[in-house]
Ligand binder design. Sequence first.
Ligand SMILES: [Zn+2]
Length: 176
Amino acid sequence: MAKRKIITGNDPVLRTVCAPVQKITPGIVRLLDDMVETMRAAEGVGLAGPQVGVLRRVIVVETEPGNVYRLINPEIVAQSGEQEGPEGCLSLPGESGCVKRPMNVTVKGLDPDGNEVTVEAEGFLARAFCHETDHLNGILYPDKAEYMNTPDPDPEGEKMTPAAYRRHRAAGKKSR
Ligand SMILES: [Zn+2]
């Protein structure tokens, strides 16, 4: 396994709709292993292909240490309920926001051996699958946020509207 570089900020790679994996090659299996290593090194709970510069529909998710999902061509096929909570992203370091997500999702995809898998996810795990599958469609969580926290620690705990956040990003201020 090898750690890969995480793409951050305004890189257009993060805004690209990824292509499905047609054939599970050794390169794809290696990619998934590298993504797990990269995610763990960055202390994240999920990572998607475009975040390491690969525009393929692959994700890894690990909300409980040791219980890692490597999914190829994942799709959310059912969802129910609602939860609202804080979210961040390894590609937008130092930022966070409040995002509404379904409480329960059913995710279908392939494992690295090509077996069809179905995951019933609830709560934080459901949130992670929603966040990572969004990445495959070029969607970042601020697009869906109820509000963004100010990028700089602020004693007032000021919040930014999604529109103010977009202006902030468009101004090209680098996230840390
Ligand atoms: Zn992310």
